[in-house]
Design a protein around this ligand. Structure first.
Ligand code: WTA
Length: 656
């Protein structure tokens, strides 16, 4: 985030209480009610969660222990038996919700489809049987590389139904990125589509899968199940590849949900960190089901007349928790949209809201900033009066964008829930409960009941009010990640040892900087590590650097973020070249393309700066702080005395 944004957040004093009408009808109706819940949860978290697990979810068998906490490893609802697909589908079929719209899908070239709970259930059962027929068993990992079509959700729920572990890979990732994730997760099968629509063009997903699987280092994938979406000519490898529509006509629609251990793995989702390759974040069944269920219920305040739309992609955690599992577990109507705002259709989001009468809308600050640029006339020309609640996620929202969202989209009547959380936390952690907590533009406000959030220094001491520090969580919660797939040590190191454990008490380190104000409101400032947030997507600087140095021309690369008005941050790469290679516009283009091939379009550097050498300390560490200042065009301030060769800095300045 830029200095000026941080500055304006620090100055922000406006407060927006919910209207009396909103509060009256809300799940949690007042600050007192929130405070009561929060205190109850904090004084006995296990009792709090156990009561909710009992009243809100279906269990095949009750648990023995609510929490088994062997720091940093938690088990929730030990020996309980549950199936999240059952909770998302079957249990609604015995109620009037059977024929309620579960999933409303708006496809890109004007296609649309609505699945009721009964229809979704039937399709999930069929898909689960197809997976079984292709040899998938309980515990097997299934890669899901899909466009935003109902079958993406169907595939996830089908895996959950039979106890297979899904590993969804964002459809915008490259074949190389897909390959790495399939290898790490040892996937047995991949679910994909012939293609998907992305900004007026077809992305040939199956071709990418073929490319990934052509690599001989992928040894575990036996089958590919292909959904027909775009209809272009698609090569199918006999024996390995199967069309979903062929199988659908022959498989049985009867597939009882497998009773799973509460702690059985539900999914792996890869996310970027500051070191090494993306890590597989592991979430398990019971705790995740409860946490996404409760957060959806209280934060999005869903009831049976709501049409809820989260604009994320199912390839990210937001899509997992708040398009699929949370809303369906609540029996809500969830909207899924294949498209994205683009120059040929800049008003498409507002069209979707008007068309379906969306009441609760959840999107990212980067999208809001793009809409501000496109002008008010677009939303003003649509009827958005169905909206009653708005949300944001993914990065800090600058107060200007918040105010625009409030005024232009929310018509000054809709509360805004600014929700802070992470892939690792499974669900929303800091957020207003919209009928209870007055909002302040730029603040995610207060922790969800049961979440003991704090701002600490590196010794783990709580820092004084209004002082900056590290965002941390003091106690386990049901939705927390359980481990890094295949690397429990990395889990411990990354999240639980930055702040040294004291007296057996462990503190979760989120990697974000934040402060807490005099009202107990949290203000999240952004990452404190080498993780970038580009248009709300997490990206490790190391990943981009490894992609760059895998190009023969590149000797060394250092990647930093540069503040960007629209995307929040933009990737800037400082690159030194091998021997005879010459810096040129051509090479710069080629390197950008190379990064896109290695990772995906989200990682495309905005700028490549060629240099003879990189600023390093005497021990050889690249001084990123200097590079960040240079990239931002700011004066390089602070201590440069550890710099090994001071002339490097002058040259870099000249180069700019
Ligand atoms: C950032 C996305 C400020 C933060 C759900 C976090 C936010 C990272 C907010 C996680 C918010 C997310 N305010 N920052 N409301 N929400 N972040 O894993 O830096 O893709 O650590 O999960 O996004 O990104 P992830």
């Amino acid at each position: 985030m830029s200095e000026s944004t941080i500055e304006s957040i620090l100055q922000e004093k406006r407060v927006f209480p919910p209207s009396a009408e909103f509060s009256q009808n809300a799940q949690i109706k007042s600050l007192e009610d929130y405070q009561k819940l929060y205190d109850k949860a904090s004084s006995d978290p296990e009792k709090f969660w156990a009561e909710l697990a009992e009243s809100e979810l279906h269990w095949f068998q009750k648990w023995d222990d609510v929490l088994d906490w062997q720091p940093p490893f938690a088990k929730w609802f030990v020996n309980g038996k549950i199936n999240i697909s059952y909770n998302c589908l079957d249990r609604h079929l015995t109620t009037w919700r059977k024929n309620k719209a579960a999933l409303i899908w708006e496809g890109e070239p004007g296609d649309s489809r609505t699945l009721t709970y009964a229809q979704l259930h039937r399709e999930v059962c069929q898909f689960a049987n197809a997976l079984k027929e292709l040899g998938v068993q309980k515990g097997d990992r299934v890669g899901v590389y899909m466009p935003m079509i109902p079958e993406a959700a169907v595939a996830m729920l089908a895996c959950a139904r039979i106890g297979a572990v899904h590993s969804v890979v964002f459809g915008g990732f490259s074949a190389e990125a897909l390959r790495d994730r399939l290898i790490d997760g040892q996937a047995k099968l991949v679910v994909t589509a012939d293609g998907g629509w992305r900004k007026d063009a077809i992305v040939p997903l199956k071709v990418q899968v073929d490319k990934a699987l052509a690599d001989t280092t992928v040894t575990t994938v036996e089958k590919v199940l292909v959904v027909k979406r775009t209809g272009q000519e698609t090569e199918m490898e006999p024996g390995r590849d199967h069309w979903w529509h062929d199988m659908q006509s022959s498989v049985s629609p009867d597939c009882p949900a497998e009773p799973m251990e509460s702690e059985d793995m539900l999914f792996v989702l890869y996310t970027s960190g500051s070191t090494g390759k993306p890590k597989g974040v592991v979430h398990t069944t019971g705790g995740y089901n409860l946490y996404t269920h409760m957060t959806t219920k209280w934060i999005f305040d869903l009831n049976d007349t709501d049409v809820y739309w989260c604009t994320a992609d199912v390839g990210w955690i937001t899509g997992h928790s708040y398009i699929v599992y949370g809303p369906l577990s609540n029996g809500a109507t969830t909207v899924m949209y294949e498209g994205a705002p683009r120059s040929s259709n800049p008003g498409c989001f507002w069209d979707v809201i008007e068309k379906y009468g969306v009441t609760v809308f959840y999107t990212a600050p980067t999208a809001i900033r793009a809409f501000i640029k496109m002008g008010e006339q677009l939303p003003n020309a649509r009827n958005l009066s169905s909206l009653r609640l708005l949300g944001t996620v993914g990065e800090p929202i600058n107060p200007e964008a918040w105010m625009w969202y409030h005024r232009v989209i929310g018509g000054e009547r809709c509360p805004i829930v600014d929700t802070w959380w992470q892939t690792e936390t499974g669900g929303i952690m800091i957020t207003p409960l919209p009928g209870a907590i007055a909002t302040k533009p730029g603040s995610a406000t207060r922790p969800f009941p049961g979440i003991i959030a704090d701002i600490v220094d590196l010794e783990g001491n709580t820092v004084p009010e209004n002082e900056g520090g590290y965002l941390a969580v003091r106690y386990p919660w049901p939705g927390m990640m359980r481990t890094v797939y295949g690397d429990p040590d990395r889990f411990r190191r990354t999240y639980w040892e930055h702040i040294p454990p004291k007296d057996g008490k462990y503190t979760y380190f989120a990697g974000d900087g934040a402060r807490k104000d005099e009202d107990g409101y949290f203000w999240v400032m952004g990452r404190v590590d080498d993780v970038l947030n580009v248009a709300g997507h997490r990206l490790g600087t190391m990943e981009v650097e490894s992609a760059l140095v895998s190009h023969p021309a590149v000797a060394e690369a250092a990647v930093v973020g540069k503040p960007d008005e629209l995307k929040g941050e933009e990737v800037v790469a400082f690159v030194t070249l091998e021997g005879t290679y010459q810096a040129s516009e051509e090479l710069s283009k080629e390197l950008k393309k190379h990064v896109v091939n290695e990772i995906g379009a989200i990682a495309r550097p905005g700028e490549i700066r060629f240099t003879d050498s990189l600023p390093k300390t005497r021990s050889g560490k690249i001084m990123r702080r200097l590079l960040r200042s240079l990239a931002a065009g700011e004066e390089v301030t602070g201590d440069t005395s550890t710099l090994e060769d001071r002339s490097v800095l002058d040259k870099l300045r000249e180069g700019a």
